[in-house]
Design a protein around this ligand. Structure first.
Ligand code: T6T
Length: 333
């Protein structure tokens, strides 16, 4: 375990304390206390963030940091903003956050930054995500998947499985979330690249609810009997889409590319209701996030990169039993 002198404590350190430090008499409490790092997730209870938290907690334990985890019940900036403000008031040492909206969360996070709290994006970004040259540059890093690529992987697989053409549908969360916006963009690009052979019949937004997704997908299946494939742009979007396909007895006829890898998606893959599961690496986002926060608190920025892509494990029925695929399945608690 590292021995810490938290940044804020350091600022407040009196001359007398400094003298005793020089004399080798550092108070015991300061020896033991590492930095307090907050992880603010996008949605509480979401297995993606549960898995991220596990990675972050493991790393925090290793380096002797305190980790506070909080997040809104719904994927919503109105609910996430007061959580950020409360953490600013609590004077945390660093903030890791999956911002629920790329515009609406700029101001609250600017407040954190102005209060001297290093801000690091995990999973989602704010602004355009280019923290080196974009409109928003105060976050120290963006650690997360390449989501345009993720959308392309999902929809290209659907297109290839259908022989290069067909009718496709996207289930998505809501506009404004960096990750799912980019996945939709990647999927659209893959469909456009078919030169008209593949068409997008529509996009629906479910507000991060599998029940809404199932309802909307059911309606699409009814009005498009020759639908080829569905791209579920996150865990709940895909879960609802797969449920609707199962309910309509269309498993194997209408293919589903499932972004995110909870246990349910793997069960659906094995049962033939889902054809592809795109697993992100949320635990790695948490681990790197904590490492970066620790570096920022200690004032050593040399190891911090502005962008850290975390990669995927793409799971299908051929590789689902491999150790790599099994390790990539999200944890639900
Ligand atoms: O897909 C993940 C995450 O990457 C996205 O930003 C929001 O939805 C999830 O948490 C899955 O529910």
């Amino acid at each position: 375990m590292q021995h810490w002198l938290p940044r804020r404590s350091a600022w407040l350190f009196s001359a007398a304390a400094a003298a005793s430090l020089i004399a080798g008499a550092l108070p015991g409490a300061l020896h033991a206390q590492g930095p307090t790092i907050a992880l603010v997730v996008g949605g509480k209870g979401d297995p993606f963030y549960v898995t991220m938290q596990k990675g972050a907690q493991g790393e925090a334990d290793k380096v002797g940091a305190e980790l506070i985890v909080d997040g809104p019940a719904q994927f919503n900036p109105v609910q996430q903003t007061p959580i950020v403000d409360a953490l600013i008031a609590r004077k945390i040492d660093a903030l890791l956050i999956a911002a629920t909206d790329k515009q609406a969360m700029i101001e609250p996070l600017q407040r954190a930054n102005d209060a001297g709290i290093p801000v690091i994006s995990v999973d989602t970004f704010i602004g355009d995500g280019d923290y080196a040259n974009g409109p928003v540059t105060f976050p120290l890093s963006y650690i997360g998947s390449d989501n345009v690529q993720g959308g392309q992987i999902g929809c290209q697989a659907l297109i290839d499985a259908a022989g290069g053409s067909g009718k496709f549908y996207i289930q998505n969360v809501k506009p404004g979330i960096s990750t799912t916006d980019q996945r939709e963009q990647g999927c659209r690009q893959a469909i456009e690249a078919t030169g008209g052979a593949g068409t997008l019949v529509g996009v629906d937004y479910n507000d991060d609810s599998a029940a809404n997704s199932a309802q909307q997908t059911t309606a699409v299946l009814q009005r498009t009997p020759d639908l080829t494939g569905i791209f579920g742009a996150n865990l709940f979007s895909a879960e609802g889409a797969a449920q609707a396909v199962k309910n309509a007895n269309l498993s194997g006829t209408v293919r589903v590319a499932n972004f995110d890898a909870p246990e349910q998606a793997i069960a659906d893959l094995r049962a033939g209701a889902v054809d592809l599961v795109i697993a992100q690496k949320p635990a790695d986002m948490g681990t790197t996030g904590v490492d970066y926060a620790v570096m920022a608190v200690s004032g050593d920025m040399t190891g911090i990169q502005k962008r850290v892509p975390t990669g995927y494990v793409v799971i299908d029925r051929d590789n689902v039993e491999t150790p790599e695929a099994q390790a990539a399945i999200y944890k639900s608690q």
